[in-house]
Design a protein around this ligand. Structure first.
Ligand code: ZN
Length: 111
């Protein structure tokens, strides 16, 4: 049993990778992608929420789930998703709040 499996989801119709404060619905099967956090926790999730979780967790990785190619797509999508992107009124001033793609753009503009 992992941390994710023990935590009771407030919205049982969604996958485990869906953050409790993320209001969006699942897209596709709920075990399409496996997300691994840096502490060894595992969470099966749909492609949509796996990508969002991946973008929000430092050092997280993905493993293939039930859908071939979904893990790779989630990994790619996570690149342009901001951490905790569902907090839409948050002021984005810290570099840790920007997506990896935005970090690259910021770097490219600096020289
Ligand atoms: Zn989901």
């Amino acid at each position: 049993m992992t941390t994710y499996e023990r935590r009771r989801a407030p919205e049982p119709s969604r996958c485990i990778a869906a953050h409790p404060e993320d209001p969006t619905n699942c897209a596709g099967p709920r075990d399409a992608v496996i997300v691994l956090d840096s502490h060894g926790g595992k969470a099966a999730g749909c492609e949509h929420h796996a990508a969002r979780l991946l973008a929000s967790l430092d050092g997280a990785r993905v493993e293939p789930g039930s859908i071939p190619g979904a893990a790779a797509r989630a990994f790619q999508a996570a690149d342009s998703i901001r951490p905790f992107c569902w907090f839409t009124n948050a002021v984005r001033t810290e570099s840790s709040q920007l997506s990896r793609a935005e970090h690259r753009i910021a770097r490219n503009h600096r020289h």
